[in-house]
Design a protein around this ligand. Structure first.
Ligand SMILES: [Fe+2]
Length: 391
């Protein structure tokens, strides 16, 4: 069923240097040497430490005689505080590069530490929503990303996200120079991820693919990557949740996560605008927020991107040869079914969101740039209606 080799490591240079395959972690010392790092700072979080993955990575470095230091205090959904604490450590230990290990939080936090080694704070100066990318120069120390989830795709993306005090929201900082110099994608590192996290992070990758595919920009290259990611998630997310040790499914999801991040250079949509508001206001996991909102957002968009949604249905395995309008409906139905099979709760109320907060969530979502590429124009009222429909 899978077209993924699980018995060898592949090297790719698209969109950055990627070592991909079961056991790819062994290539880490070679990347450290290639990038001329004498003392990298390994940035991670407590979840990774508890899963035993820091120990595993540290073991590979020690065995190769690499000197390094560790900062393992990144919080879920990182803030400026985490970024400055890591930066202080990097400076105090006289480090010269970064190894970012974990899910989106450590990867994004490490990218922002990397930025501030050579750029003046505050981080809000570099806010993508205000064109902050023009201040980012090509003088960052090297960073190697090692994902331990298959979701954000931050290992191959040109952005870092953190909640900033100045903006009061999850803020995207974007620059081509934030693309990691190397990504080590080893499906074995995701084997211990519990089914709930596998489902939530996997649906983040899926939402990146589907939102960018139906978004209103012109980017056929991103479209091609996105449609492949949609197929991979449709065929492998359920298997990865049911049996975490299914390396073929884990590898497929790791590819889909990369593809999602490569595709969303085209733009995202209303689902991510809502998710970016739901996390800081109601504490909902980013991927979970996307998964719950996605069917309602697709219904809202349906008439504006019927042909695209029909292609999504086909990519997800629909071979009914039905009319486009029918296929578009089938795509949304398939997303709903996938959500329920992997245990995604049916509504926002089930994950602790309070009805009274929905107007605030809609207002924050409206401030978020993601919905500007949504295939159907969204007002604040539309976003409120979507939040209610997903409630
Ligand atoms: Fe996302």
């Amino acid at each position: 069923m899978m077209d993924i080799p699980t018995d060898r490591i592949s090297e790719m240079s698209y969109p950055t240097r990627v070592s991909f395959g079961v056991g790819a972690l062994a290539r880490l010392p070679a990347h450290v040497e290639r990038l001329k790092m004498k003392k990298p700072l390994l940035v991670t979080d407590q979840g990774v430490v508890k899963a035993g993955l820091l120990e595993k990575v540290a073991g590979v470095l020690k065995q190769a005689g690499v000197t390094f230091d560790v900062f393992d205090q990144v919080e879920p959904n990182p803030t400026e505080k985490d970024v400055f604490a890591g930066l202080d450590r990097w400076r105090a230990q006289k480090c010269d590069g970064f190894i970012a290990l974990g899910g989106g939080s450590p990867l994004d936090a490490a990218k922002l530490m990397q930025l501030l080694t050579t750029h003046e704070p505050p981080l809000s100066r570099y806010d993508d929503a205000k064109g902050g990318d023009r201040y980012v120069q090509d003088n960052l120390p090297p960073l190697i990303a090692i994902p331990t989830t298959a979701g954000t795709g931050s290992e191959v993306s040109r952005s870092g996200v953190a909640t900033l005090q100045d903006t009061g929201r999850k803020t995207v900082i974007f620059s081509p120079y934030l693309m990691p110099r190397a990504a080590i994608c080893d499906p074995q590192l995701t084997v211990g991820l519990p089914p709930r996290t596998t489902a939530a992070t996997g649906m983040d990758a899926f939402t990146h693919c589907i939102e960018s595919f139906i978004s209103n920009g012109f980017h056929p290259l991103a479209d091609a990557v996105a449609i492949d990611g949609i197929s991979r998630v449709a065929r492998s997310l359920e298997a990865a949740c049911a049996n975490g040790e299914d390396l073929g499914a884990r590898a497929d999801m790791m590819v889909a996560a990369m593809e999602g991040a490569m595709a969303f250079q085209k733009g995202l949509g209303a689902c991510h605008a809502l998710a970016h508001a739901l996390t800081p206001i109601s504490g909902v996991h980013h991927g979970l927020a996307n998964a719950i909102c996605l069917p309602a957002v697709l219904e809202f968009n349906r008439a504006s991107c019927t042909a695209r949604l029909a292609r999504v249905a086909v990519a997800m395995g629909d071979n009914s040869l039905a009319r486009q309008e029918v296929l578009a409906g089938n795509a949304i139905e398939r997303v709903r079914k996938m959500n329920s099979k992997i245990g995604i709760p049916g509504g926002l109320r089930e994950v602790g969101v309070k009805e009274i907060d929905l107007p605030k969530i809609a207002a924050k979502a409206f401030e978020d740039a993601s919905h500007q590429t949504n295939p159907r124009k969204c007002s604040e009222e539309d976003l409120l209606a979507l939040a209610r429909a997903a409630f």
